[in-house]
Structures are given as structure tokens and as C-alpha cells.
Design a binder for this molecule. Structure first.
Ligand code: ZN
Length: 399
């Protein structure tokens, strides 16, 4: 499926090295490939082939309040690096071939990205914000995955420090959230001059900005200042959604975070946080449908580790199912999990479609995901950069 709409039947994809050389009817592509020399042929046994999924809200070093999170917080740098490398491998083997990390601890994400690029660690392509910027005491300030800044100068320095470390984008927390004990979801946390400083500095360096944000008023202000993407958006209104649609501000709704009691229980997340999360669920879903109706670009992001086993599938696939059922349907869900994110990342020349010139980051399944998003539950073959990393029919899995 080149553009996320109509599947092409009896198709073949010709790869050269890590990229796609040709796509089309097998009767045309196979003779061309064979005439170019010796080619190895992989038969996908009638499977549906799509680009690998792109998860736009990932934390490989996630540590929520509670015993599960405490274990991650107590890791030293070496343990954390190995833990995140394991998460990266699981992510790729779940069919997510690219992630956008939006706050990782201690800059381990940069080391991990280098190790994956060098072929020393198996994992997805990583676009990362490094540490998220937050005001003193603001959302997520407790961990080494955030950097406290105050005042416009402080936030400018914060942006520059993450770019210096290698950040592809900037993440900033502009309101309270679910996991902060001393705040509410609707607490505004940055002043306008601080938000403007983040956005102007990042844009000057060619980096896009995404913001953790809940309340409509805070989001409206940031969108007017040029924000590129909203995470969660728990309490959007038709007015701010219309503004986002008009200005092209994307939404990564992370619907799972307000409907994942099973995950919270697994990690020993305390009652106060569980209540705040689950209570926000209905308004969160309403906010999402408001955005969809207004024409806001919505993109896949799980917040939970992308590979996490949740309700019979991975967190990434479950999130895409919620997005599909919540208003966009399967064809747009496929886009929201592949080409939409690639475009936001400015990587559509490399990722997001099965077309010549793109990386051969491909997944295969038995059902048609443009008809039913749950088809992704059956992903059984995964390739990244022309290398097969999982093939269930052959019993091969790089676990
Ligand atoms: Zn998050």
C-alpha cells in the first residue's frame, strides 16, 4: 500500500540494500529484479505488506509512580542502557520500526540511537527529544528524563542544551498531567514568554516542538505561538481544535493513558494516580473526537512502552485500534501509524510508505489493515532496512 489507501494485489517489492528499488505487480517487478542479477526471493505467503509502524510518543525509560517505576529509577547508567536496549529490541520485534522518544533519562537515548545505527543493538529508528523541558517543580520534574528551566532565558538554554546533545525535536511540558502528585491536569505551567522562547529557539535551529498539554486555554496559547504538536490534549474544545486544524498543529492523543488500569496494576501505580487517569478517560476520548471532527492531524503514540503486552496485543496496536474506533476508521488509522508520523518527522522521503527510495522497513500480516485495524494484531513478519528480524512462519525471531 503506497499511500495508505488501496492495497495492491499480487504485488512484489524489489529491495536493493536497505532501500526499496521498485514496487508493483509481481509480473513486472520480478523479471526486472532477476535481470539485474542474482536475487534472493522472499515469499510472504499472501500476506498484506505495510510500512512498519511509527510510534510518536515513546519512553523507553518510563518510570511511573509505584514499584515498577521505582525499579527503573534505581538503575545505574549501565543498567538503564541495557534496559532501554532491551525495550528497543522488543519494540522493533512488535512491528514498530520507528519511534519518537519524548523524554528519556540521562541522555541514554542518544547512546542507544548511535548503537542501533552502528548495528550493535537491534531496535527501531529513533527520533528523540532528549530530556523534556519543564518548569521548576513542573510535570515530570522528579526524573532525569526532564530538565528544569525557568524564564525565557532558561528555556532558551534548555532547548540549546538538548540540541547540543543531539535532539531531533524538543518536548516541553506546558501543563500538569496524570503522573504529578502536586499538580492537576489543568495546571498551567509555563508563561507565554517561556513558551515563545522554546518555540522560537527550536524553530531557529530547525527543530519542531511538541508539548505535553491538557487544558484548552493553555493549548490555545501555545498553538498561537507556533507549537507543532500536542501530546494527550485531554481537554480540547471545538475552538482550539479548529485552531489546531487551521495551523497544522498535530495531536498525539495517547488514548491508552486514561484507559490502562491493567498496565497500572502491573506496575503498582498508586490509587491517586489511577483515579486521576481513569477519571479523565471519558473527557479525553471526547477531546479526541472533537479534534478528529475539526480535521486535526492525529498520530499514533502509546506513551506506554510500544511493545507492552496490553489487552491481547501490543500497546501500539491497541492505541491504533482505539484511534480507529474513536473516529478515524482503519484507512486513516493506517496513515496515522505510518505516513502521518513520517511527515511530521520530516522523514517522508525515507519512511512511511512502500515506495521506491524508502527504507525497507516493512511488516506483513494476514488480514487487511485498511479494512480492520486489528489486522495489526497478526503481524508475523518484520523487516528493518532490508533485514528480516522476525518471521513467524519460518520460526525465526531475533528475540
Ligand atoms: Zn509521555
Amino acid at each position: 500500500m503506497a499511500d495508505g489507501t488501496a492495497p495492491l494485489s499480487d504485488a512484489a517489492v524489489w529491495l536493493e540494500g536497505e532501500r526499496i528499488a521498485a514496487v508493483g505487480p509481481a509480473s513486472e517487478v520480478l523479471p526486472r529484479a532477476r535481470s539485474a542479477g542474482d536475487v534472493e526471493q522472499i515469499d510472504l505467503d499472501g500476506g498484506y505488506l505495510t510500512p512498519g509502524l511509527v510510534n510518536m510518543h515513546t519512553h523507553l525509560s518510563l518510570s511511573l509512580p509505584g514499584s515498577g517505576g521505582d525499579e527503573v529509577k534505581s538503575m545505574n547508567a549501565h543498567e538503564l542502557a541495557l534496559y532501554m536496549a532491551d525495550g528497543a529490541r522488543r519494540t522493533l520485534l512488535s512491528g514498530v520500526t520507528t519511534v519518537r522518544c519524548v523524554a528519556e533519562k540521562d541522555h541514554v537515548d542518544f547512546a542507544l540511537r548511535r548503537a542501533i545505527q552502528a548495528g550493535r543493538v537491534l531496535g527501531p529508528r529513533i527520533f528523540t527529544a532528549g530530556r523534556a523541558l519543564v518548569c521548576t517543580g513542573g510535570h515530570g520534574h522528579e526524573g532525569s528524563d526532564t530538565l528544569e528551566c525557568d524564564g525565557a532565558d532558561g528555556f532558551r538554554r534548555g532547548v540549546r542544551s538538548q540540541i547540543k546533545a543531539g535532539a531531533d525535536l524538543i518536548k516541553v511540558m506546558i501543563s500538569g498531567g496524570i503522573a504529578g502528585e502536586h499538580e492537576a491536569i489543568h495546571t498551567p505551567q509555563l508563561f507565554a514568554d517561556e513558551m515563545a522562547a522554546v518555540i522560537e529557539t527550536a524553530h531557529a535551529w530547525g527543530r519542531r516542538v511538541t508539548a505535553h498539554a491538557g487544558p484548552a486555554a493553555v493549548i490555545a496559547e501555545a498553538v498561537r505561538l507556533g507549537l507543532d504538536c500536542v501530546e494527550h490534549g485531554y481537554q480540547l474544545t471545538p475552538e482550539v481544535a479548529a485552531d489546531m486544524a487551521e495551523r497544522g498543529t498535530a495531536l498525539v492523543p495517547t488514548l491508552l493513558v486514561t484507559r490502562c488500569k491493567e498496565f497500572f496494576d502491573e506496575l503498582g501505580v498508586p490509587d491517586w494516580m489511577q483515579c486521576r487517569s481513569l477519571d479523565a478517560g471519558p473527557r479525553h476520548l471526547e477531546s479526541y473526537t472533537t479534534a478528529v471532527r475539526a480535521g486535526v492531524e492525529v498520530l499514533l503514540g502509546s506513551d506506554m512502552p510500544p511493545f507492552w503486552n496490553f489487552e491481547g496485543t501490543s500497546a501500539s496496536v491497541r492505541e491504533l485500534e482505539y484511534m480507529s474506533e474513536g473516529g478515524i476508521g482503519p484507512a486513516r488509522a493506517l496513515y496515522a501509524g505510518t505516513l502521518g508520523p513520517a511527515r511530521w518527522l520530516g522523514a517522508e522521503a525515507d519512511l512511511g510508505t512502500v515506495e521506491p527510495g524508502r527504507f525497507a522497513d516493512l511488516i506483513a500480516m494476514d488480514a487487511d489493515p485498511s479494512q480492520d485495524t486489528s489486522a495489526f494484531r497478526g503481524v508475523r513478519w518484520i523487516m528493518k532496512g532490508g533485514r528480516v528480524v522476525r518471521d513467524d512462519l519460518a520460526g525465526w525471531n531475533a528475540w
